[in-house]
Design a protein around this ligand. Structure first.
Ligand code: PHE
Length: 510
C-alpha cells in the first residue's frame, strides 16, 4: 500500500478533481501553501510515479513606470486632445499647445504625431504660423488604447496567449518604450495515468509526529512517519524566569550610592532591646512611642542582655539627671527591667546607636561614616500607605566639627543621585537629635514636596554615655525606602511592594 503524507494526499485529491494540468504557482496560491511545500509534495508524487512536472519558459510583459502613468492619465496624444476639448479649442499654434500642455517636448511631439496618425488633427503652415486643427467630432478609444487598458485588469500579460492583433499593439507599445519584459520558468504539474486513476482509499497516510525518538531511529520506523511542520511564526512560550525583586534592585542602588560616597554598610539585629531602641536614644521610659500599640514586644526571648554596666549606668544617669553632659535629664527613676524588654526594632537608629557603643568599646577615634538599609517593625494598621514592617535607610557620620550643613549636603547628594534635584529641610523633633530636620524631596511629576524622613545631630544626652563630646559630633538620619520605591515604580499602594503582584513583577526588568 502506498503511504503518503496527509498534505500530499490532499494535493493529489485536488489534482484528480481538476483533471487538467495545473500551473504550480497558481495552484500554490489557490491552496494557500508555499510554492516550495507544493513542489516537495510533487516530489513525493514522483517517487510513487503518481505525477510529475514539466518546465516551460514563458514570456510575460507588464508596463514600465511611464506606461503605468499613461494607463492612469492617458497616452500623450489623449492628454493633448483632452486639453483641446476642455478648452474648446478647434485650432491652436503648436508652440501655444506645447506651452499649455506642460509636457516635456519629446513627449509632446510623440503625442502630436500620434494625434496626426489617429487622424484627430491636421497641421498647416499656410497662415504663416505652424498650426493644428481638430478635424473630428468624436474621439472613441483607439485600438491601441483598448489594448493598453487590458493592463488595468491584468498587470502582467502572458505573451504566448495574445492574439495576433494584440501582438501588433504590444509591439507599438514596445517601440514607444512603455513595456517591461519578463522571462520566467513555469512549472506545470500533471498526474500520470496511475495518479489519475488510483483511488484515494488505496492510499494510506503517514503517521504524523512532532519529534523523532531514538527508538524510531533504531527500529527504522521513522521512515514511515511524517514530521509535522513547525510554524515558526507562533510566539514561543513566555519565559517566566526568576528576577531580582524591584525592592532589592532599589536597595542595591542605594547601597551603591552610599558606598560611592565613602560609607560602609552596617547591620544590626531585628530583635532589639528597649535599651538600644529607646533608652540609649534618650527616649523616656514613659514615652508614648514605647506603648504596645506602637511597638511589638516579644515574649520569647523576654529579656535582653544589656551592654557593660558602666555604660548602662551612664544612660540611666542621663535619663534621671542629665549625667555629666550638662543636661538636667527627664527627672524620673530609670528602671533596668524596662530597658531589658525585647522588641522588634521600630527604627534602625537602634543599629546606628550600637555603632556608637562599638566606637566607645574600640576606643576608636577615627571619623566614621556608616549606613544601613534594613527592616523595621511598627504596630500599625496596614493600608495603602502604611505597613507594619518596612525599610529604613539609616546612617551616621561621626567626626570633629561636622555641622548641619554637612548633613544637608550628604542628604541632598544622596537624593540627587536617586534622581531628585531639590530637597528641602524643615525643623522637626526627635527626642534624640538637636537640632532636628525633616527632609522632603521635590517630585516634579506631581509638582509636590514629599516627606522622606528625619535627621539631625545627636544630642549630648545620646553621645556622652559613649564618650563622644564636642567638637566631635554625630550626624544622623533615617529615611523611608518604600516611598522612594513607590515613586520609582509608579505604585500607589505600598502593599504592592510586598504582596508581589506577579503580573507587575514580570514586567520589571532583571
Ligand atoms: N528614627 C527616626 C524615624 O524612625 C528617623 C531619624 C533618624 C531621625 C536619625 C533623626 C535621626 O523616623
Amino acid at each position: 500500500m502506498i503511504k503518503l503524507k496527509k498534505q500530499v494526499k490532499d494535493i493529489l485529491k485536488v489534482l484528480q478533481e481538476k483533471k487538467d494540468n495545473c500551473i504550480a504557482s497558481e495552484l500554490a496560491n489557490e491552496l494557500n501553501i508555499d510554492y516550495i511545500v507544493l513542489m516537495s509534495a510533487v516530489n513525493d508524487l514522483i517517487a510513487y510515479k503518481l505525477g510529475g512536472f514539466k518546465e516551460r519558459e514563458i514570456h510575460q510583459v507588464s508596463l514600465n513606470e511611464e506606461g503605468l502613468s499613461y494607463l492612469e492619465k492617458g497616452l500623450p496624444e489623449r492628454q493633448l486632445l483632452n486639453l483641446l476639448l476642455n478648452e474648446n479649442l478647434k485650432e491652436i499654434t503648436i508652440d501655444e499647445l506645447l506651452q499649455k500642455s506642460r509636457l516635456e517636448p519629446n513627449i509632446f511631439y510623440v503625442g502630436l504625431s500620434n494625434m496626426k496618425k489617429n487622424r484627430w488633427i491636421a497641421q498647416s503652415k499656410a497662415s504663416g504660423k505652424n498650426k493644428i486643427f481638430l478635424i473630428q467630432e468624436e474621439f472613441p478609444p483607439t485600438e491601441l488604447e483598448q489594448f493598453l487598458n487590458k493592463f488595468k485588469k491584468r498587470p502582467v500579460l502572458n505573451i504566448d496567449t495574445l492574439s495576433k492583433k494584440d501582438l501588433k499593439y504590444l509591439e507599438i507599445l514596445n517601440k514607444r518604450k512603455l513595456l517591461k519584459k519578463i522571462k520566467k520558468t513555469q512549472r506545470e504539474i500533471y498526474l500520470t495515468k496511475k495518479g489519475k486513476t488510483i483511488s484515494l482509499s488505496e492510499i494510506g497516510t503517514l503517521q504524523q509526529v512532532s519529534k523523532i525518538t531514538s527508538e524510531m531511529i533504531l527500529t527504522g520506523s521513522w521512515k514511515n512517519m511524517e514530521l509535522k511542520p513547525f510554524d515558526v511564526s507562533i510566539p514561543g512560550p513566555l519565559l517566566k524566569g526568576g528576577k531580582i525583586h524591584p525592592l532589592i534592585t532599589i536597595i542595591n542602588e542605594i547601597r551603591e550610592i552610599f558606598i560611592s560616597m565613602g560609607f560602609t554598610e552596617i547591620r544590626g539585629p531585628l530583635v532589639e532591646s528597649a535599651f538600644f531602641n529607646f533608652d540609649a536614644l534618650f527616649q523616656p521610659q514613659d514615652h508614648p512611642a514605647r506603648e504596645l500599640h506602637d511597638t511589638f514586644y516579644l515574649k520569647n526571648p523576654k529579656i535582653a542582655k544589656l551592654p557593660q554596666k558602666d555604660r548602662v549606668e551612664a544612660v540611666k544617669r542621663t535619663h534621671e539627671n542629665g549625667g555629666d553632659c550638662g543636661s538636667i535629664g527627664w527627672g524620673y527613676d530609670w528602671k533596668y527591667e524596662i530597658a531589658q524588654k525585647t522588641l522588634l526594632r521600630t527604627h534602625t537608629t537602634a543599629t546606628t546607636i550600637r555603632r556608637l557603643a562599638q566606637y566607645y568599646m574600640n576606643n576608636d577615634k577615627t571619623p566614621i561614616k556608616v549606613f544601613s538599609i534594613d527592616r523595621v517593625f511598627r504596630n500599625e494598621k496596614v493600608d495603602k500607605s502604611h505597613l507594619a514592617e518596612f525599610t529604613q535607610i539609616e546612617g551616621i557620620v561621626i567626626d570633629e566639627n561636622v555641622t548641619l550643613c554637612d548633613l544637608r549636603g550628604i542628604l541632598s547628594e544622596f537624593y540627587r543621585k536617586m534622581g531628585f534635584e531639590k530637597i528641602i529641610t524643615r525643623p522637626g523633633f526627635f527626642p534624640y537629635t538637636e537640632p532636628s530636620m525633616e527632609i522632603a524631596v521635590y517630585y516634579d511629576k506631581l509638582g509636590e514636596w514629599l516627606e522622606m524622613g528625619g535627621s539631625g545631630i545627636f544630642r549630648p544626652e545620646v553621645t556622652y554615655p559613649w564618650g563622644i563630646r564636642n567638637p566631635t559630633r554625630v550626624l544622623a538620619w533615617g529615611l523611608g525606602l518604600e516611598r522612594l520605591a513607590m515613586l520609582r515604580y509608579q505604585r500607589s499602594d505600598i502593599r504592592d511592594l510586598y504582596i508581589n503582584p506577579i503580573k507587575w513583577l514580570r514586567t520589571q526588568s532583571y
